[in-house]
Design a protein around this ligand. Sequence first.
Ligand code: MLT
Length: 265
Amino acid sequence: MIKYADFREIPVRFSDTGKGRAIVLLHGFPETLEVWDEFSVKLARHFRIIVIDLPGFGQTPCIGYIHSMELMARCVKAVMDSLGLRKYILTGHSMGGYVSLAFAEFFNDNLAGLCLFHSTSLPDSAEKKQDRDRVIEIVKKDTRHYVNEMIPTLFAAENIRYYKEDIRDLKHIAHGVSQQGIINALEGMKERPKRDWILQNARYPVLFIIGKKDVVVPFESMLKQAELVKQASILFLEESGHMGFIEEKKRTQEFLIQFARKCFR
Ligand code: MLT
């Protein structure tokens, strides 16, 4: 069921399905809550699933000109508070993972578990920051072209031909995101700090979902970060790029359900 919560005078759109203990799913860039539609159906048979349009994505409007990960984290908290929920698991895909780590910095006590889904606690390198600036200029000129070019690169090269429909749907979703929403998120990701200390100090279980063929978040770096965590679980997806919830959907769903059971035990 689609609902809205207030955050800094804007309506934040989210969906709320299933019953029981809550798992929050945060989309990556440049996505919206719809990317979790298929994936979340099975999870909602076991848990309450909250899926949020982060500021500037889907039907949640922009707030100013930079969407920092901290701002997005506070937006997630506003949604959860509107539901009166106190303890839950955050699952963040890529940019959603950066947001989850910012959330963990501010609202540690609300976490029963954390899942970094093709995501990292490391900041952008100097080179990556420069690339973000380059991308912002491209987006200003032709957002549509940028989206069409970037979406297929999220999949493992050999999977692209098997996921043509999903790629088409993802492009459609991303075309619905405003130019300003895309730029605000790029600016926000560019300035995010290193948060490996969140992993070192995590008092809750942390799941790392890692794609062997991920070109956005290299698997070697994720495996190293998992070593920092006391209660770490790893799902290593041999056949996935950056989109394991599509490329190896069933395996990922099942692992996440087992992980959530462990967190709520
Ligand atoms: C994402 O999937 O959210 C982005 O690729 C993350 C990033 O650009 O760092």
